[in-house]
Design a protein around this ligand. Structure first.
Ligand code: ATR
Length: 287
């Protein structure tokens, strides 16, 4: 890749940011598409969202991905926010259209496309979501938009109730919720066809932990884990051992990136290449 005086700049802001896989994924995609674009990781400390938005306008940066801790904080400094991102209350992608900054949430689209690609069509399905943090919000709104019946379970049941309340009022549907405690899971799970883990349980360095007991998994319960490091979590390994359909976190990571690429460039993203790069980089990180 050759950087010139006319190269278009995109990037990712967050803190910490040095382990982000997005620069490798997006630069490979730009190169493949023969675009004169470059993508860099920029550490942005908490509280600096406004100066970041000003800098994007001043420097003519084409687009940004936004990650922890800025996904919510950056909202007031944008000129417009896509309706789905507004409902989720968080933005992970900014597009600069001639100085006007528009915010999107491609995590939700990425999650939806990822499970569709594995043959899981959520309309009418009972889906149990583990977790009630930022990642859960994008997943829950994607599922509700797709017509699923959602139950949110979280260690802190008050947080589950709060997310369920927000989602129910914004989507005009019923959203069940409860505590993520082993005793109650069996009954809550009986009619479910899909289980989605959005908690950090199972993620490096806690890769030996699982948010869900293996004995409650079954062949007809598809399982999606948004944790991508490791790619095969204990939860996904347990589900695969039952013969269930599994969807790993690389899928959502790649598809949210692919959607961002498309918003910035206006051309289809090379999804397969982006997946291959992420898998290669994950392998490097662990060896
Ligand atoms: P993110 O933006 O990645 O969702 P977050 O907002 O910090 O991050 O949310 C982390 C989620 O993982 C929460 O649902 C959290 O549960 P609590 O709300 O009860 O804290 C969940 N989580 C983290 N560690 C957990 C653990 N050891 N057991 C169960 N849930 C856990």
């Amino acid at each position: 890749m050759r950087i010139s005086g006319s190269t278009t700049v995109c990037g990712i802001v967050g803190d910490p940011i040095q382990h982000s896989l997005s620069p490798a994924m997006q630069n490979a995609a730009f190169e493949h598409a023969e675009l004169d674009f470059v993508y860099v990781a920029l550490r942005l400390p908490r509280g600096a969202a406004k100066s970041c938005a000003d800098a994007v306008r001043a420097l003519g940066i084409r687009g940004l991905n936004v990650t922890v801790p800025h996904k919510v904080d950056v909202l007031p400094y944008l000129d417009s926010v896509d309706p789905q991102a507004a409902r989720i209350g968080a933005v992970n992608t900014i597009v600069n259209e001639g100085g006007q900054l528009c915010g999107y949430n491609t995590d939700a689209v990425g999650f939806g496309q990822g499970i569709e690609a594995h043959g899981i069509h959520v309309r009418g399905l009972d889906v149990v979501v583990l977790g009630a943090g930022g990642a859960a919000r994008a997943v829950v709104f994607s599922l509700l938009d797709g017509g699923a019946h959602v139950t949110i379970l979280n260690r802190d049941s008050g947080r589950a109730a709060s997310l369920a309340g927000d989602a129910a009022s914004l989507c005009g549907c019923r959203v069940a919720h409860g505590a993520l405690v082993e005793g109650t899971l069996e009954s809550l799970l009986s009619g479910a066809a899909l289980l989605v883990n959005t908690t950090s349980v199972g993620m490096h360095p806690l890769e030996n932990a699982t948010p869900f007991p293996a004995r409650l998994l079954r062949r007809d319960l598809a399982v999606c884990d948004i944790v991508y490091n490791p790619r095969e979590t204990v939860l996904l390994r347990d589900a695969a051992a039952c013969g269930a359909v599994t969807v790993d976190g690389v899928e959502m990571l790649v598809r949210q990136g692919a959607r961002a690429f498309e918003l910035w460039t206006g051309i289809p993203a090379p999804v397969e290449l982006m997946r291959a790069v992420v898998i290669r980089e994950l392998g490097r990180a662990t060896h």
